[in-house]
Design a protein around this ligand. Structure first.
Ligand code: SAM
Length: 568
């Protein structure tokens, strides 16, 4: 009987991470994690087709190189793949280039968090109706609904009805129990789940009240999974599963969305360690997790993804990683960003790290309020006037740096500007929208990469398209400083072309979002006026650069320098 099944049968296992000998530590702490790498057969299973993983290159689970005590990690394989043409090793193999699929995987289980995704097949679908019981789950059709009912929704429906906002990682703990009770989890899958890093010590620390929270959640799950005549599950097991799934479930976005659309327990992706400057990323596409390279990853190099929103500031990232993953991030990006902030503060002479941090949090809060206000018109009126919000942001920056030294590439200002731009567009104010997205995208001169770069570029394109459609008698166009319609058009075509190329590289040509951007580009090309150069044509680049320089000058972005916004 495997470990998971054993504990489900009522045997309480010690609350320590798997694959370690529970030494007698005088303070009762768990020994440092070793990880899955000492179980080669289990590692083979995790990366195999039997676990629904299709990899494009050899992969290995080895001892992580990220930090002491970080357990195991996922690596690009050292040995070349065997060529199917001649059954010999591919001697040109050197790892994986940027913009390639590393693997795709059908997760063991997934909880949907977006109304446009089917709760059974996990595909995007338009016009789905909510389940009349819980009013949360949506299904493509009767067949998906029936299959989900038989597999897990019969029980889950009641849980979602009572607690629709339950943490999705905790909901998946219930599913692990139901799946196990019905024999849907194989012994190999059970062993992997049982061996996942669970930070049990961290979660059950006396201070901070986490003991109560995780224990209470575990007791609640025990209660709901034990209903309907089923045997009560050992609370020790659930008490470990709750932190294990909180630590290992991957929060997924779809290619086109900035919001989380699902939380998945995927055994292969759970092996990947974190970096704030990752070499790979994961997203949900057509019911599967796709993991793609963001840059070249050499043979033998560890694969990393960013566990959290990579666009947030360094201090916020470190706080979340410590609170939710119990490690201090020491990646090159964190080090570099902290150094810049310290230098800035030292140069100012008046501002401290504490003041800067307070200001950063205040800006984040302000923008969050403006986004919420846009979703509930009339409810948070004080945040609906975006010019007031914008000037409040400038006041916060000025108060933190009375000498006007806040460099506008310091987080979270660039993202705040993009958000403001999108909100201005919703309020049909294209001029303000354009100024903000250009400032957000171009201050600081940092070249963003990955899904966020594509999403931001698509936001900028939408704002430009709206500005390009302004009626000729619009007061905005009477402003002599406002970019000409030809400049707006050149910049729109140039950026859309860039977004098309980047989407293909970042998400892959077979991703629905890449196709959508490509279709928009093709449609726009059809409307290009006679005589205007097309992206890729000789002459276009010069015109595009001139137009962009003028547009950025109007938006107040210092062109060519690192300085950022010219004023306020
Ligand atoms: C999803 S698991 C990754 C696999 C894990 N290393 C293992 O051995 O099973 C996440 C956990 O790995 C560790 N980890 C991930 N990235 C790390 C990093 N950059 N530095 C230190 N520990 C890290 C943390 O313990 C984190 O909670």
């Amino acid at each position: 009987m495997d470990a998971l099944a054993a504990s489900l049968a009522g045997i309480t296992l010690p609350p320590s991470p798997a694959f370690t000998d529970d030494d007698d530590d005088p303070l009762g702490r768990a020994p440092p994690r070793i990880g899955f790498n000492i179980e080669p057969k289990l590692c083979q299973f995790i990366l195999s087709r039997r676990n629904n993983v299709t990899a494009s290159i050899p992969l290995e689970i080895r001892s992580s190189t990220i930090a002491p005590g970080s357990g195991s990690g996922l690596f690009v394989g050292r040995n070349p793949p065997i060529l199917s043409s001649n059954n010999k090793p591919d001697l040109r193999y050197d790892g994986i280039e940027a913009g390639r699929e590393i693997y795709r995987s059908k997760p063991l289980m997934l909880a949907v968090e977006d109304e446009g995704i089917c709760h059974f097949c996990w595909r995007e679908q338009k016009g789905m109706k909510a389940c009349t019981g819980c009013r949360v789950a949506r299904f493509c059709d009767k067949q998906c609904q029936k299959m989900a009912w038989n597999r897990f929704h019969k029980e889950e429906c009641g849980v979602l009805k009572k607690t629709p906002l339950m943490k999705r990682q905790d909901l998946l703990v219930c599913r692990v129990v139901w799946f196990q009770q019905r024999g849907f989890i194989t012994s190999e899958q059970g062993r992997v789940v049982e061996g996942l890093e669970n930070h049990f010590d961290g979660y059950t620390r006396e201070e901070g009240g986490k003991t109560t929270e995780v224990y209470d959640v575990a007791m609640g799950i025990r209660e709901v999974t034990g209903q309907g005549g089923r045997k009560m599950v050992d609370v020790g097991l659930i008490w470990r599963l709750v932190p294990a799934l909180r630590t290992n479930c991957v929060r997924l976005r779809a290619a086109s969305s900035k919001d989380i659309v699902a939380t998945a327990l995927d055994l292969a992706t759970a092996m990947i360690n974190h970096s704030c400057e990752p070499n790979a990323f994961a997203f949900l596409e057509k019911g599967e997790i796709r993991v793609r390279s963001l840059r070249k990853i050499a043979a033998g190099e560890e694969i990393t993804i960013c566990y959290i929103d990579p666009t947030i500031d360094v201090k916020s990232r470190q706080e979340i990683l410590m609170d939710e993953h119990f490690f201090e991030c020491d990646c090159t990006r964190c080090k570099a960003e902290i150094k810049i902030q310290k230098r800035l503060i030292a140069a100012d002479g008046e501002t401290s790290m504490v003041t800067l941090r307070k200001a950063q949090l205040a800006i984040l809060e302000l923008i969050k309020s403006a986004v919420t206000a846009s979703k509930y018109p009339g409810v948070y009126k004080e945040f609906e006037n975006l010019s007031v919000v914008e000037s409040q942001m400038l006041t916060i920056m000025k108060n933190a740096f009375p000498n006007n030294n806040w460099r506008s590439d310091i987080d979270p200002v660039p993202m705040a500007r993009i958000c403001l731009g999108v909100l201005y567009l919703e309020q049909e104010k294209p001029s303000q929208a354009l100024r903000n997205v250009l400032r957000g995208r171009f201050t600081g001169g940092k070249r963003r990469v990955g899904p966020d770069a594509v999403n931001i570029m698509v936001d900028v394109v939408h704002v430009l398209m709206a500005a390009g459609c302004l009626p000729l008698d619009s007061p905005v166009l009477k402003d002599k400083e406002f970019p000409s319609l030809l400049d707006i058009s050149n910049v729109t075509y140039g950026f859309l072309h860039e977004a098309c190329k980047d989407a293909g590289e970042v998400f892959g040509g077979d991703c629905g979002y890449t196709k959508e951007i490509g279709d928009l580009f093709a449609k726009m090309m059809g409307t290009l006026p006679e005589g205007q150069h097309r992206p890729g044509e000789e002459g276009f680049l010069g015109e595009f650069e001139g137009s962009l320089r003028r547009a950025l000058g109007w938006a107040g972005v210092e062109v060519g320098g690192l300085g950022g916004e010219k004023s306020g």
